[in-house]
Write a protein that binds this ligand. Sequence first.
Ligand code: ADP
Ligand code: ASP
Ligand code: MG
Length: 422
Amino acid sequence: MALIVHKYGGTSMGSTERIRNVAKRVAKWARAGHQMVVVPSAMSGETNRLLGLAKELAPAKTNDAYGRELDMLAATGEQASSALLAIALQAEGLQAVSYAGWQVPIKTDSAYTKARIESIDDQRVRADLAAGKVVIITGFQGIDSLGHITTLGRGGSDTSAVAVAAALKAAECLIYTDVDGVYTTDPRIVPEARRLHTVSFEEMLEMASMGSKVLQIRSVEFAGKYKVPLRVLSSFTPWDIDLNEEAKSGTLITFEEDEHMEQAVVSGIAFNRDEAKISILGVPDKPGIAYQILGAVADANVEVDVIIQNIAKDGKTDFSFTVNRNDYAKTIDLLKDKVLPTLGAAEVQGDTKICKVSIVGIGMRSHVGIASKMFRSLSEEGINIQMISTSEIKTSVVIDEKYMELAVRALHKAFDLDQAAA
Ligand code: ADP
Ligand code: ASP
Ligand code: MG
């Protein structure tokens, strides 16, 4: 019998009926003799609702005082769903106790709204498990060194679950969600998308970082760092299906490349509408320019993604990069106020109506011509590529947002992802 961590997402926790269903499923695992730790998300829509209330009172601000209160607020969503699950489990006749992040404690840094987990104390949880209790730990949140509640960024309950599994050296971390695994692309966009039985850790990392929100990227990083066995599966199967069957369902994230399996060159397509493009035009072409621009951006704690610097003409060049849309206005202001005057650059332009589409696959390492096939497929659809970035196992393009779905569908087809693997 093993120590198992289950994570249930917002939709899976979306009503009292669904919470009762989760409780019955967890009870099934506990009665089979497993030690169970459960990490729930807030009920679906709750985090958006809470953050929306804050915005009604004051527009989003980037200072710590505002960020702290957002975390104080948003963390209540998971506190409520966790307590409700404990109550449902008790109603099933199990002993269950729920803890907020600070009660465990799950210690994080102080980067409000996107804090990182630093350590998890396992003592309290282990004592409860030893006493035969199911332990429920709120997803998405922790506490910083000053005792302030923090949250881990949208989708952060995945990361809580994997970090808890790592801290407890759990036999497996099962991420229950509203799809029955990881697909070749988001099945909401491409109905022909296929479920992958396994996906390598590296591919999952790229897919998550390129925008597939099925797993938060930090959860995949944690799984890789601590080798946590991780599986994504459906919470919508009947709760009383055979446990062994359930334990093998969904998509397993693997850490070793299977030598015997014929790898598809491209395993999946990810997309992301959360970025915005910023261009600085007429930048003098001299050493230190990239640092002057991006150093200032980094100092403001803004993450930069795709970067392009054009060839200089008449000693001037254009410099473009993408940032998260939430950081767009702040970055434009910063460039206008602090960077342009010292740089002697002409002007800043921005575009929020872009998206990034990426093809991902470890097979790309050993095959040539994959990127060009991507570019050809996009050109056949008349889609203009604005920026390109590549790594060993992915190629991303930035395109006009209005072509996103078209691009994803065309690429899904071009790389035969709707065909069952040979
Ligand atoms: P949860 O609330 O359970 O955390 P999320 O909404 O965060 O669920 O993530 C699950 C959703 O991720 C799915 O409903 C699906 O629309 C989306 N998704 C995006 N890319 C993929 C993919 N490659 N495979 C499966 N789901 C994906
Ligand atoms: N409730 C949080 C969110 O909506 C965390 C999560 O669901 O993982 O982002
Ligand atoms: Mg999620």
